[in-house]
Ligand binder design. Structure first.
Ligand SMILES: CC(C)(COP(=O)(O)OP(=O)(O)OC[C@H]1O[C@@H](n2cnc3c(N)ncnc32)[C@H](O)[C@@H]1OP(=O)(O)O)[C@@H](O)C(=O)NCCC(=O)NCCS
Length: 169
């Protein structure tokens, strides 16, 4: 699918592939330390080979990941979102997303999250859980968009475990 961002850039959102490793690593290196910290809840200057394998070699059933790419910028991902089904609650998946700094606030996070929510519901997932830093109002806005309600939020030491019921579920 080729949505258009609020700045007019046409992008493609598609499932991640094993050959995205270099593109994902490049996209990660281009992110600010703050964006990396908001995504991983700790400093994360680069992704290891094992992490790149885990993040790109997904089964598309219990682990689904979507990347945003643009023809103008073929060597890096502009954003990536994913969900991973939880073993302790198979109707729930852990949600995570990151958008490259210069593309934040343009609707891309919402676009990827909406497509992920549809893919999740198709796979029998009814809830997304997420671990977020307290100051991260942007990701809570994205999650609120795709959810019917926030079921709980457990905060401690500046981060929280949030559980949302998906809208389409
Ligand atoms: C959180 C993130 C994924 C949101 O994606 P995005 O493309 O920037 O967001 P969008 O442009 O789709 O906007 C989504 C909503 O967030 C709000 N928003 C965007 N940037 C914001 C900011 N800096 N502060 C507060 N709200 C913000 C928008 O107003 C919008 O709200 P609405 O739906 O009520 O209109 C992105 O900012 C990001 O990658 N942040 C760093 C990594 C991160 O926090 N990951 C989440 C860990 S799970």
């Amino acid at each position: 699918m080729s949505p258009t961002l609020h700045n007019g850039l046409a992008i493609t959102v598609r499932p991640i592939r094993p050959d995205d490793k270099q593109r994902l690593a490049r996209g990660h290196e281009l992110m600010s330390p703050e964006t990396q910290r908001l995504r991983y809840l700790m400093p994360k200057p680069r992704l290891t080979a094992a992490e790149l394998r885990y993040l790109t070699e997904v089964d598309d059933r219990d682990h689904v990941a979507l990347v945003a790419v643009a023809d103008e910028l073929p060597d890096a991902t502009l954003g990536v979102g994913r969900f991973i089904r939880r073993r302790d609650r198979p109707d729930t998946a852990e949600f995570a997303i990151v958008i490259a700094d210069e593309f934040q606030g343009l609707g891309l996070g919402s676009e990827i999250a909406e497509q992920l929510a549809d893919a999740a519901v198709e796979r029998g997932i009814r809830h997304f859980s997420a671990t977020v830093l307290h100051e991260n109002t942007a990701v809570r806005a994205v999650l609120a968009r795709i959810s019917r309600r926030l079921e709980y939020a457990r905060w401690s030491d500046g981060s929280g475990e949030l559980l949302y019921e998906l809208k389409a579920a």
